[in-house]
Design a protein around this ligand. Structure first.
Ligand code: GDP
Ligand code: MG
Length: 598
């Protein structure tokens, strides 16, 4: 295919605005897939993704399209993840194409991730075609949303397309617009030495590591010895091909084309996204501007409920890592929880997804400790430390300065929820940077410590706005801060898994909240249990769980035998998920619930 007949594009949108539905529809309309193979969401391969309606791994598909000008075109669609945690994957996918469809739900309008994704596409020098989706909905207001796009984004929306990805209305015009309005790949040369961008890679149980590439110059073919310029590793290419979305082998990949290669690559971690792939014998003179590797920003400990499951957990995290280079782990031992792993994630959603996959795919019962951000510390002796785990906090006397990551958050919300949202941001040490209006929606820009956002900020935001506020963030800088380590003592024993770094001004309230919650979450025992929050040796909050006096079943349920049996069964089932701390049993739920701060 000549360059003039190739279009590489992606679809960017706020979550749920219909990106995957449109992608499926485009695949279906270009006949790339027979109807019977059409699953609900083809590009969202994993079960969890499909259930939650989110796309985690960037995927690509090659479409063959006969345009109205009588010419045949190859359209490469690169799907991008839709959540803030994966903004890094969005950026790297976008750099492999020349244009984007900006999908906006015509009943919802512009949201926080519409903006974030659009800016990412503009950063990649993309040509943008605005697409208003869901015009089949009675609540759709395409004219108003067009105005909004022009007003907020400053993008000409006069020729925005109006479609329903669900019914298919207007989708043929999208295919025409891709050909007519998006540019072909900029000229590369077949004669030049091979230069290709490593866009993505994943581990396939049957095929091993598959590498997605975008060829810039030269030709990539089977049998060729390639060199990854960043890692300096060399491989012999076993297969090259395209994804339709079936994987189809081809002779070669040429400038402007997107496809996959396979070689005897052992781990996804051996393939660095953004790396330049070249010919080992005839290398290109210059590397492509590389990407920064994704850095985990949130850490937590994962421990098996049953200590005997440790090896199974080791096996499971190892297998997850095969396919997710942005997930990191190392062994950790906790006085309270035994052996487990300290794991790093791109963000909270990433953490949730990994936890869920571990319990679902590997059938493991886990205890997760409080998520923590990465703190920077300068010690009195001049050394620098990165702290991933509050339990490892050095002695306060030795610390010169503690720094924590700050984010810049963009929040869009209907006007009527503005008050509580401002209060939420204020309570979380937020500093307002900007506030403006988009029609009747407020757009807030806040600087916030990530530490205050990792627990439940997003959940709270959703609940106080009844789901209408949208949120996006970027880490901006590390700032020095007055942070202290708060320990939680149950029956006089510190529970290391519950210790956390908090801002001094917020410590007392946090401590009180935590003690109150734990009081409700830890069952009564035969003795009194003091629960304390402490900074250093100073107790800042305290609650007491009174002692159990009688058999709980006879007291609560009198003579009702079934209810009594049920309760006993429940207690038995609960036992499995309890951990012993000294003489006290703490249910697993207590850890999770205690850490969700109100
Ligand atoms: P994504 O998160 O951007 O990938 O969004 P999805 O494609 O998963 O769509 C989110 C939800 O919107 C799904 O329930 C879709 O069925 C629905 N949806 C997508 N396109 C349309 C449309 O054109 N009309 C209507 N009524 N619903 C749509
Ligand atoms: Mg999707």
């Amino acid at each position: 295919t000549p360059l003039s007949h190739i279009r590489n594009f992606s679809i960017v949108a706020h979550i749920d605005h219909g990106k995957s539905t449109l992608a499926d529809r485009l695949i279906q309309m270009t006949g790339s897939l027979e109807e019977r193979d059409m699953k609900d969401q083809i590009l969202d391969a994993m079960d969890i993704e499909r259930e939650r309606g989110i796309t985690i791994k960037a995927n690509t598909v090659r479409l063959e399209y006969d345009a109205s000008d009588g010419e045949h075109y190859v359209l490469n669609l690169i799907d991008t993840p839709g959540h803030v945690d994966f903004s890094y994957e969005v950026a790297r996918s976008l750099s492999a194409c020349e244009g984007s469809l900006l999908v906006v739900d015509a009943s919802q309008g512009v949201e926080a991730q519409t903006l974030a994704n659009l800016y990412a596409a503009l950063d990649a020098d993309h040509e943008i075609v605005p697409v208003l989706n869901k015009v089949d909905l009675p609540a759709a207001e395409p004219e108003r949303i067009k105005e909004q796009i022009e007003e907020v984004i400053g993008l000409d929306a006069s020729d925005a397309l109006e479609i329903s990805a669900k019914t298919g209305v207007g989708v043929p015009a999208v295919l025409e617009a891709i050909v007519k309005r998006l540019p072909p790949p900029a000229g590369g040369s077949r004669e030049e030495p091979l230069k290709a961008l490593l866009v993505d890679s994943w581990y396939d149980t049957y095929l091993g590591v598959v590498v997605l590439v975008r060829v810039i110059d030269g030709t990539l073919k089977k049998g060729q010895t390639i060199r990854m310029m960043g890692t300096e590793a060399t491989y012999r290419v076993d297969k090259v091909g395209v994804i339709t979305p079936r994987m189809v082998e081809v002779e070669n990949l040429q400038p402007g084309e997107i496809g996959f290669l396979m070689a005897a690559i052992k781990e996804v971690a051996d393939t660095r996204v953004g790396d330049t792939i070249t010919d080992d014998k005839r290398p290109t003179a210059t590397m492509l501007p590389g990407f920064k590797p994704a850095q985990p920003v949130v850490f937590c400990g994962l421990f098996p409920v049953d200590a005997g499951d440790f090896e199974a957990l080791r096996d499971a995290v190892g297998r997850l890592r095969l396919n997710d280079a942005s997930f990191s782990y190392e062994t950790e031992s906790s006085a309270a929880l035994g052996f487990g792993f300290r794991c790093g994630f791109l963000g909270l959603l990433h953490l949730e997804i990994v936890q869920e996959r571990l319990s679902r795919e590997f059938d493991l019962d886990l205890i997760a400790t409080a998520p923590s951000v990465v703190y920077g510390m300068t010690m009195r002796d001049g050394s620098e430390i990165e702290l991933h785990n509050p339990a490892d906090m050095p002695e306060v006397m030795k610390i010169e300065e503690i720094r924590e990551p700050w984010i810049r958050a963009t929040i869009l919300t209907p006007d009527e929820h503005l008050g509580p949202i401002l209060k939420l941001c204020q309570d979380r040490r937020g500093v307002q940077a900007d506030m403006s209006y988009v029609g009747n929606r407020a757009m807030l820009v806040y600087d916030l410590p990530l530490n205050e956002v990792v627990f439940d900020f997003y959940d709270r935001l959703k609940s106080i706005s009844r789901g209408y506020a949208s949120f996006d963030y970027q880490i901006t800088e590390y700032r020095a801060s007055d942070l202290v380590k708060m320990s939680i003592l149950v029956n006089g024993e510190p529970v290391d898994a519950l210790s956390m770094l908090v801002h001094r001004a917020a410590a007392e309230k946090r401590g009180r909240d935590m003690c109150e919650r734990l009081k409700d979450l830890i069952p009564k025992h035969m003795f009194k249990i003091p629960i304390q929050a402490a900074i250093g040796g100073t107790v800042i909050a305290r609650e007491t769980i009174s002692a159990l006096r009688k058999d709980v079943t006879s007291k609560c349920y009198g003579g009702d035998a079934t209810r009594k049996r049920k309760l006993l069964e429940k207690q038995k089932a609960g036992k499995k998920r309890m951990r012993q701390f000294g003489k006290v049993d703490i249910p697993q739920e207590a850890f999770i619930a205690a850490l969700k701060m109100g």
